[in-house]
Structure formats: structure tokens, C-alpha cells
Design a protein around this ligand. Structure first.
Ligand code: F6P
Ligand code: MG
Length: 509
């Protein structure tokens, strides 16, 4: 195992951390202040004056955070109230690592990127979490921008729903029936019967991995300068196919083989479900990405490949666009709300959206009962909004909920980690040479943790591993040729979200 390199830091001009801390974070905090000001202005006339006053007062700690960032102040520890409410139980772990920041690496513009970025979003969330009034304690400061982005995704949303509705009404049931039949009648002839439908199921699995992968290309923290109208160009089947060659590592087939490769092993094919597998999604962004994840979940459940899907959203607003539980329920309602996506009530598009919405509602409803059929369960854990890396803390000794998360994920047959930030945490956001193997970079604890995982990530930050020797140089040279004025010597390829990796760990103990 190679020794762990140092983390990316905010004062490294060669890292995207440098511009992130200096340009993107101030923009994001300013947008948060704007959002809060608008929300105060939009309060109903009968709002208690104390709530209005509290809203105005909340602007101050956000401005103070912006000031500290702009003036490169030291990152100070969180005040942890005693007794500590459950929702703040993660703060001592933050403080322990803030205290460990070395002199010269302990300010907003010099600290390790991952730690400081998480502290930034944690501080912002804390402003609201500790508010007196319900209005502000429950307020999602990124809610409006998530909503607007999803509303502007109609083209991609309809395309995917139409594709899925067609599949679910014809192809999927017959495929499932063929596979179930062959499992029931074991023997050489049955294997031949099953071979073709299984191959089609595998092909569909690959397609939905792709959908969920490129759904990650449109996250709002990166799109601070992009118009919402441009988002739909990144979505849709044509865009995905054009991007096929940009998947730099693709272990989808390994994950399929490990989980679904042997249908003979699925002994409990009682009714329609083929297996009793549980697949988890450690979610990333709301809006179109969440929608693409949910469509994937529907495919897994409706095909009978999987019996339970567990979704792991964040428990507080996070990195602008990340999913919090209300985003899931909101999305299901929005799909079925004629005023949200305005479509001809008789159109196939409207019927497809209603169909997808109803299927999701069905599985989410099942999750609340002790259901014997397929179900979608939603579970939060404060660990997902700490600064802690998965290579260090997603294991038996994991801090701030890491051990609990590990216990939970071990029970899944496969865990999808979505997006860039989760990927950075898997690898520790360390300066790995880009030809390092994925398993070496996630480290021995996680690689042998009993958690079988696959990461679907469009690359938007420096840390990338698993590339063939020379590939990074080749990509950088091509990027520099195409973007001669960028001044980044081609490093920008890794911040663009145009390339992706799908990487897998068996988790064998
Ligand atoms: O790299 C830019 C960035 O904002 C990072 O701060 C963060 O890792 C990532 O993008 C967020 O992207 P995602 O939503 O895919 O995790
Ligand atoms: Mg995100």
C-alpha cells in the first residue's frame, strides 16, 4: 500500500481549491444572504414580529463568515452547547480536527480543502439549526435554487420518464417473468432460457448506471455562472451517449457480476421479485440528479433485481444542491403537479410523469410499513455532513456516526456513492498520483470493510485515481490546446465535470 500523500489545500494555486475558496465560496455565501433577505421579504403579513426580527438577525453570522473568509481569518472551533442536542453531536469531531490544523494551514485560505469546505457549509447550516423560531430552524437556504434548477430540467425529466414508462409497461415484466421461470426450472435448458433476458437486464442496468452517473454533471455549487437554460443541454440521452468515451474508468460490469451475476443463487424467488437484495444510494444532488437516481431505483425494484432501496440524503442543507429528505418528497409531488411541469394533460409526457411519480409514491409508502414487496427507505446520519473521510472513518472505529453508517451499509448488497464530494471523501481528498489504484486510494480499512461499493462521479475536483499511466498528461495537453487562455496548464480538465469515473470495491473482508 502506498503511503498516504498530503491533502489538497486552499493555498495551492495548482488546485481547484484555490479558486473555490477565493471565488466560489464568497459567491455562494452572498447568494445565501440574498436568499434569506428575499425570504424575509416574502413572509406572510401575519408573521410574528419576533420571527421577522430573527430572520434579519441571521444575516449577521453569515456575513461574519463571509468576512472571515475574505480576510483569511483562522478557522475557529464551533461552540458546542451542553447538553449537546442530537443534531449537534457531530460538532466535537469537527472541533477535534480544527484543533489539529497545523500553524500556517489553519486559516480559510490555507487549510486543507475538504475540511475547510465542510466547516463552511456546517457553519452556514448551524446558523439556521440553532434559530428559535420554527420558520428559520426548518428553513432550507438552498431550497429555492434547487427548485428553480429542477423546474428548468423539464426536457430531460420528460425524456427519461417516457423511456422508463415504456420500459416498465412492456419490456420489464416479460424479462422478469422469463428469468423467474428459468430459476424455478433449474437445469441446463433453463440456463439457456435465462441467458438472453439476463443479458438484456444487464444492458439496462448499464444504461441506468450511465443515467445516474451523468445526472451528477449538473450540480449547483459549480454552476454559479451558468444560466439555468443551459442545464438541459447537459441532460438527455444524446448528451449521455456523446459522453461515453469520457468515462475514464468503468467497473460497472464488475459490480453487476458480483451482485447479479449468478441468478441461480437467488433461491428466494417466491413471487415476482428475483432476489432479496438491498441496494443503497449515498445520495448527492437534488433535482435532476436525484430524479435520475430514483429512476434507477425504480428499475431495480420494478425488474425484481432488488427488493429494498435505501436512500441516504443529508440531514442539513449541504454544498448547495445536496438532497435533504424534503427534496425527495417534494420531487415526487412535483412530478405529479400539473402546475410544476406544464404539459398537455392528455400527452404521453404527462402520463409518463404521473406514472413515475405514482411508482415512487408506492415504494416510498411501502418503506413506512413492514412491507413484503419492494420498498424505498430513507435514512439520515449526521456522518454524511461531517468533514470526515470515508477511507478513515467509514468503519468500525468511525467517528461522528461513521461506525453506525458502516454497520448499516454492510447490510446492503451494493452501495452506490454518488457524486464528486462523496468521491473526494472516499479517497480522503489527498494528492494521490492519478495512476494510483482505486483500492489503494480508498485504503485498507474501507477496501476490506465488508461494504461492497461503487462510485458514480463526474470529475469536478483534483483528486482522481485509477487512470492508466500517461492518461492525465494526455488529457491535460488536450485541455490546454482547447482552452489556451485558461492559464491552468490543462489541469482544468479535472474540474470541468466533462469526464467521469465509475469505480468499484468488492469490500471483501
Ligand atoms: O469541485 C467543486 C465542488 O463544488 C466541490 O466543492 C465538491 O466536491 C463538488 O464540486 C460538489 O459536487 P457534487 O455535488 O458532485 O458532490
Ligand atoms: Mg453535491
Amino acid at each position: 500500500m502506498p503511503a498516504a500523500p498530503p491533502p489538497y489545500r486552499n493555498n495551492d494555486q495548482k488546485s481547484f481549491a484555490y479558486t473555490s475558496a477565493r471565488k466560489r465560496w464568497p459567491t455562494i455565501l452572498t447568494q445565501a444572504i440574498d436568499d434569506l433577505s428575499r425570504a424575509i421579504g416574502a413572509l406572510p403579513a401575519d408573521t410574528p414580529p419576533a420571527t421577522v426580527a430573527e430572520g434579519k438577525a441571521l444575516i449577521q453570522p453569515i456575513s461574519a463568515l463571509l468576512y472571515d473568509l475574505d480576510h483569511d481569518r483562522r478557522i475557529t472551533p464551533f461552540d458546542v452547547p451542553s447538553p449537546t442536542p442530537d443534531a449537534l453531536r457531530d460538532l466535537p469531531a469537527y472541533n477535534a480536527d480544527i484543533a489539529q490544523l497545523a500553524p500556517g494551514q489553519d486559516t480559510w485560505l490555507t487549510a486543507p480543502w475538504l475540511v475547510s469546505e465542510c466547516v463552511l457549509y456546517r457553519r452556514l447550516a448551524l446558523v439556521f439549526q440553532t434559530a428559535e423560531s420554527d420558520t428559520w430552524r426548518k428553513y432550507d437556504v438552498f431550497g429555492a435554487s434547487k427548485l428553480a434548477a429542477f423546474a428548468s430540467s423539464q426536457t430531460g425529466v420528460v425524456e427519461l420518464a417516457t423511456r422508463y414508462a415504456q420500459l416498465a409497461s412492456s419490456t420489464l415484466p416479460s424479462l422478469t417473468a422469463a428469468v423467474v421461470k428459468s430459476i424455478r426450472h433449474k437445469g441446463p435448458a433453463a440456463a439457456a432460457v435465462a441467458a438472453e433476458p439476463v443479458a438484456v437486464l444487464q444492458e439496462l442496468f448499464r444504461e441506468f448506471v450511465d443515467v445516474a452517473l451523468w445526472g451528477n454533471a449538473t450540480d449547483l455549487s459549480l454552476l454559479t455562472n451558468v444560466k439555468l437554460e443551459d442545464i438541459h443541454k447537459l441532460q438527455g440521452n444524446a448528451a449521455r451517449q456523446a459522453n461515453e468515451a469520457n468515462v475514464l474508468a468503468n467497473d460497472t460490469a464488475d459490480a453487476w457480476d458480483a451482485v447479479f451475476g449468478d441468478f441461480e443463487a437467488a433461491e428466494d424467488a417466491d413471487d415476482s421479485p428475483l432476489t432479496s437484495q438491498r441496494v443503497d444510494f449515498v445520495l448527492d444532488n437534488a433535482g435532476f440528479e436525484l430524479y435520475s437516481d430514483l429512476i434507477f431505483a425504480l428499475f431495480l425494484l420494478d425488474s425484481g433485481l432488488v427488493k429494498t432501496v435505501v436512500l441516504h440524503p443529508k440531514s442539513i442543507p449541504w454544498f448547495v444542491s445536496d438532497v435533504v429528505p424534503h427534496d425527495i418528497l417534494d420531487l415526487v409531488q412535483q412530478l405529479q403537479d400539473p402546475a410544476f411541469f406544464k404539459l398537455d394533460p392528455e400527452s404521453d409526457a404527462r402520463k409518463a410523469l404521473d406514472f413515475v411519480g405514482q411508482r415512487l409514491e408506492h415504494y416510498l409508502g411501502q418503506g413506512q410499513q413492514d412491507a413484503s414487496g419492494g420498498q424505498i427507505v430513507v435514512r439520515t446520519n449526521p456522518f454524511w455532513t461531517t468533514h470526515l473521510s470515508f477511507r478513515d472513518d467509514l468503519g468500525p472505529a468511525g467517528r461522528a456516526g461513521g461506525a453506525l453508517a458502516w454497520e448499516d451499509l454492510k447490510d446492503a448488497t451494493l452501495v452506490f456513492f454518488k457524486g464528486d464530494l462523496n468521491h473526494r471523501k472516499l479517497l480522503g481528498d489527498l494528492e494521490w498520483p492519478r495512476s494510483t489504484s482505486f483500492l489503494a486510494a480508498i485504503g485498507p480499512t474501507l477496501a476490506a470493510s465488508g461494504v461492497r461499493l461503487i462510485t458514480l462521479r463526474t470529475v469536478k475536483a483534483d483528486v482522481v485515481v485509477g487512470l492508466p499511466e500517461g492518461k492525465d498528461t494526455e488529457l491535460a495537453a488536450a485541455w490546454a490546446r482547447k482552452n489556451p487562455d485558461s492559464g491552468d496548464d490543462g489541469r482544468g480538465w479535472a474540474y470541468s465535470g466533462k469526464w467521469a469515473v465509475v469505480q468499484y470495491s468488492e469490500g471483501a473482508m
